[in-house]
Design a binder for this molecule. Structure first.
Ligand SMILES: Cc1ncc(COP(=O)(O)O)c(C=O)c1O
Length: 471
């Protein structure tokens, strides 16, 4: 699916970013390509991406790529032939250092060439053109007051209105625009909610026994202790909430697609969470980070629909668009609104009104739906590639949704496989990294494979590197 130029790695992107500031973009790109050919990382005969698509992947001008190619053709590292594109010259690869992975020369080594670390969408998939068009329309229509200090700490009404419609339609959320508060991504929302919970004298928050440490740390930073729930193939064991005791005032869940195990919270477990919240006055914080990406059937609706008075729905643009946007949203129970706004401050300092207006326009024009549908297709193909590539080697699960899957490993192998992959220039993460330190669950050894992470042009070699690393 990645076409004939799919053998190219994302490492050059990383090198480029590191070197460009010092040496200029074209020189950095030329050197990065030269080094890749010289070291043999790009095998002789490898076809390079067209200057147009490579420039798009890197986010630089096409001419810059074309000039770098031309210089390397002149030096003999590359060949360019009508009809067969630009390729690494046959004599280009000279040698590799002992161990076969260190570049022959060059400054300190960059990070791994390939990455399947979960948590990122394919950044090359950002809809630059459609976003720019939405920004232009939004800017043209923006009232002058949009350029001033925000009058409403909830964020721009245009975006709250657009999100309310979208979330109700696509995610089954009861979303009144008046109860939506915009924020700088999920992490910011969690910080604010941590402060609010602490202000309500909550001492402990239940979290999933496998979850992101950065999120647990944000809660800890607000003075809250996190208590792990077991996680199994039905999601977090919410019936255990009551057993955690009265100090637990909230639970943070990823119902649509448990992060990182990939399970969907079953209806019975959803009901158990809501029952606990109703009987104790507790709150459910629903992290719907990648709810749009479900492949084999309709997306699972948001838990919030079961009880909008007890569930805080938390959404983000980090998976559907890009983490760099730093845009997220909360749909709050009515009695939480004032406290969250007090924590946020009287003015909305956190995200640009122009970005908010652009996202509003992006959603209402239908561009968001189109983008999500396109990316869903791209990720589903990758998921299918992944499942096919590991078939018969290791069990794969968590594949119905999201941008990552879990590959179970034989006992005692997770650490060594992650390390061996790193030596082969592939960044991987094991499940152990996500385990809550107090969790009593029997350890499960697995890889959490973020198949959304690689650039399109890096997907095929990244997958090859993964299969080479598996037992
Ligand atoms: C489980 C989970 N929740 C939320 C997010 C999104 O966080 P943010 O909106 O702060 O970028 C991520 C991103 O990696 C995630 O993995």
């Amino acid at each position: 699916m990645t076409g004939s130029w799919a053998t190219f790695g994302a490492d050059l992107h990383v090198d480029l970013a590191a070197a460009a500031g010092v040496r200029g973009l074209r020189a950095a790109l030329t050197e990065a390509l030269r080094e890749a050919a010289r070291s043999g990382r790009l095998a002789p005969g490898t076809r390079l991406p067209s200057s147009r698509s490579f420039a798009a992947d890197l986010g630089i001008a096409r001419n810059t790529v074309a000039e770098a190619y031309a210089e390397l053709v002149a030096e003999g590292w590359l060949t360019a032939r009508q009809g067969s594109g630009t390729r690494v010259a046959e004599r280009a690869a000279v040698r590799r250092a002992a161990g076969g992975r260190q570049a022959v020369r060059g400054p300190a080594r960059r990070g791994p060439a390939y990455s399947l670390v979960p948590g990122s969408p394919d950044l090359g998939g950002f809809p630059r053109g459609a976003w720019l068009a939405a920004a232009r329309r939004a800017l043209t229509a923006a009232p002058n007051e949009a350029f001033g200090y925000a009058a409403d700490a909830r964020g721009r009404p245009e975006l709250r209105e657009a999100l309310a419609g979208y979330l109700a339609r696509a995610r089954g959320v009861y979303a009144d625009p008046d109860r939506i508060v915009l924020c700088a991504g999920f992490a910011h929302a969690l910080q604010l909610l941590g402060r609010v919970l602490r202000g309500r004298r909550v001492r402990e928050v239940a979290v999933e026994g496998y979850s992101l440490d950065v999120h647990r740390d944000l809660l800890a930073g607000a003075g809250l202790t996190t208590r792990p729930l077991w996680v199994d193939e039905a999601g977090a064991r919410t019936p255990d909430l009551a057993g955690l005791g009265p100090r637990v005032g909230a639970v943070l869940l990823t119902p649509a697609h448990q992060f990182p195990t990939g399970a969907a919270l079953t209806p019975a477990r959803r009901a158990a969470a809501v029952d606990w919240a109703r009987s104790t006055g507790g709150l459910i914080l629903e992290d719907d980070y990648d709810g749009e990406f479900r492949y084999d059937r309709q997306p699972v609706g948001a838990l919030q629909g079961l009880d909008p008075d007890r569930v805080v729905y938390l959404g983000t643009a980090s998976k559907s668009l890009a983490p760099g946007l730093r845009m997220g949203w909360m749909v709050l129970p009515p009695d939480l609104l004032e406290e969250v706004l007090a924590a946020k401050g009287a003015v909305d300092w956190t995200s640009s009104a122009l970005d908010q207006l652009t996202l509003a326009e992006f959603i209402t024009s239908g561009a968001y739906d189109r983008h999500v549908r396109g990316m869903r297709l791209r990720y589903r193909r990758r998921r299918d590639d992944l499942v096919a590539a590991v078939a018969g080697r290791v069990p794969v699960s968590g594949i119905a949704a999201g941008l990552h899957a879990v590959l179970d490993l034989p006992p005692g192998t997770e650490r060594s496989i992650v390390q061996a992959a790193a030596w082969q220039d592939l960044a991987l993460e094991g499940l152990a990294r996500f385990r809550h330190p107090d969790s009593q669950m029997p350890p499960r050894e697995a890889l959490v494979v973020g198949y959304g992470t690689p650039a399109t042009s890096a997907w095929a070699p990244t997958l090859a590197a993964l299969t080479a690393a598996l037992p």
